[in-house]
Design a protein around this ligand. Structure first.
Ligand code: SAH
Ligand code: SF4
Length: 350
C-alpha cells in the first residue's frame, strides 16, 4: 500500500515508526507523531512544534492525516454537547459529550449506522453503512478533548454507546481500546471505559480474555426470550441463557461487575411481574441494573414509562438486593441521548 493511503490514525507508535522509516525519516519521529496526535491533540503536522518547519510541510502529502471534521456542534442547557463529525469518505457520525459530577464522559460511535435492527432505536433505522476504524473512534475522543480544553476540562470516561454495535466491529474496537490506554496517548484507564453491546455472545467471551478490564454494559431490555425477541432480533441468535452465561464469564474473568441496561417502555416491559422476572434472571451474580427512560424516536411506536412506574420497578429490584439506578436524562432538547443518534443519510445524499 502506498504511504499516502495508510491509516495513520489507527497506528500504534511502533507501526508509525515503521511507516515513517519507509518514507525515509528517522524511526523516532513515528513515536513523536503518536504523542503529538493523541497526547497533545495536534490537528495537523503544522501543530508539531518540536519538528523543523521543512519536515512539517513535507509530511502531509506523504503520510496524510485524515482527521474528523466537525460539521455541527450543538450544546444543550445542561452542558451536553453533540457533534456531527464528517469522516474522510464523506460519511457522518455523531459523538456526544455528557457532563457528570465527576467530569465529562464522551459517548463514541463505532459504526456508520447499525445492523442489529432493535425496534426502539434510531441508530439502526438505515442499517449499517460501514465499520469505523480505530483511528476514527480515537479521533472522536480527541475532538471531545479539543472542545473540553476550551472549558478547562478533559474527557474522564469513554463509553462505546453511540451509533453502532461495537462488538460487531471487534478488531477495530480492541485496537481503539489499546491506543486509548497507551502510555504515549490519552492514557485512559480501562476502568474508565464502558463497552455497550446488544449481546453478541462469542464476542463477549473474546473480550473477557483480552486482558482489558473495561466495564461491559449489556442491553437486556427484557427478562424473557419471548419478550426480548419482540424488541431485539439478536435474541434469535443468542437467547438469554447464552447471554447470561457469557456475562457470568465476563464478570468472573475480569473481576468487573457487569451492567444490565433496561429500557422502560410503557406497557411493554415495565410491569412488576417483569421486574420479578428480571430479578430471577440476574440474581445469581454481582451485577448492576440501569433503568433507561426511553427517548422518543418518531419512527418507533413506543411510549416512555411514567416515572412513577420506573421508580416502583427500581424499588422492587433493589428490595431483592440488586443494585439498580435510573439513568439521568441529558441533552434532550438536542436529541443527544442514547438511541437518538443516527446516521445522517439525508446529508450523505445531498
Ligand atoms: N449497540 C450497542 C451500543 C449503542 S446503543 C447497544 O445496543 O448496547 C446504546 C444504548 O442505547 C443501548 O443500551 C440501547 O439499547 C439504548 N437505546 C437505544 N435506543 C434507545 C432509545 N430510543 N432511548 C433510550 N435508549 C436507547
Ligand atoms: Fe444497534 Fe444498539 Fe441501536 Fe440496537 S440499540 S440498533 S444494537 S445501536
Amino acid at each position: 500500500m502506498a504511504a499516502k493511503d495508510l491509516d495513520v490514525l489507527s497506528m500504534s507508535p511502533e507501526e508509525l515508526e515503521t511507516s515513517v522509516a519507509e518514507i525515509g525519516e528517522p524511526r523516532f519521529r513515528g513515536r513523536q507523531l503518536f504523542e503529538w496526535l493523541w497526547q497533545h491533540g495536534a490537528t495537523s503536522y503544522d501543530d508539531i512544534t518540536v519538528w523543523p518547519k521543512t519536515l512539517r510541510a513535507s509530511m502531509a502529502p506523504r503520510l496524510p492525516l485524515k482527521r474528523l471534521v466537525a460539521e455541527k456542534v450543538q450544546q444543550a442547557q445542561d452542558g451536553t454537547t453533540k457533534l456531527l463529525l464528517r469522516l474522510d469518505d464523506g460519511n457522518r457520525v455523531e459523538t456526544v459529550l455528557l457532563p457528570h459530577p465527576y467530569g465529562y464522559s464522551v459517548c463514541v460511535s463505532s459504526q456508520v449506522g447499525c445492523n442489529m435492527g432493535c425496534h426502539f432505536c434510531a441508530s439502526g433505522i438505515l442499517g449499517k453503512r460501514r465499520n469505523l476504524t480505530a483511528g476514527e473512534m480515537l479521533d472522536q475522543v480527541r475532538y471531545a478533548n479539543q472542545i473540553l480544553g476550551k472549558r478547562g476540562q478533559k474527557v474522564s470516561r469513554v463509553d462505546l454507546m453511540g451509533i453502532g454495535e461495537p462488538l460487531d466491529n471487534y478488531d477495530a474496537m480492541v485496537k481503539f481500546l489499546l491506543l486509548l490506554h497507551h502510555p504515549l496517548g490519552f492514557q485512559l484507564s480501562y476502568r474508565h471505559v464502558t463497552v455497550s453491546t446488544s449481546g453478541l455472545v462469542p464476542a463477549i467471551y473474546r473480550l473477557a480474555d483480552e486482558g482489558m478490564p473495561v466495564t461491559l454494559a449489556v442491553s437486556l431490555h427484557a427478562p424473557t426470550d419471548a419478550l426480548r425477541l419482540t424488541l431485539m432480533p439478536v435474541n434469535k441468535a443468542y437467547p438469554l441463557s447464552q447471554l447470561i452465561g457469557a456475562c457470568l464469564y465476563y464478570g468472573e474473568t475480569t473481576g468487573r461487575r457487569v451492567t444490565f441496561e433496561y429500557l422502560m417502555l410503557d406497557g411493554v416491559n415495565d410491569s412488576l411481574e417483569n421486574a420479578r422476572e428480571l430479578v430471577n434472571l440476574v440474581h445469581d451474580f454481582s451485577c448492576h441494573v440501569n433503568l433507561i427512560p426511553w427517548n422518543r424516536v418518531e419512527e418507533h411506536p413506543f411510549k416512555p414509562s411514567p416515572m412513577a412506574r420506573v421508580r416502583q420497578f427500581q424499588q422492587l429490584v433493589q428490595d431483592r438486593g440488586i443494585s439498580c439506578t435510573i439513568r439521568k436524562e441529558l441533552g434532550q432538547e438536542i436529541d443527544a441521548a442514547c438511541g437518538q443518534l443516527r446516521r445522517r443519510e439525508e446529508e450523505i445524499l445531498r
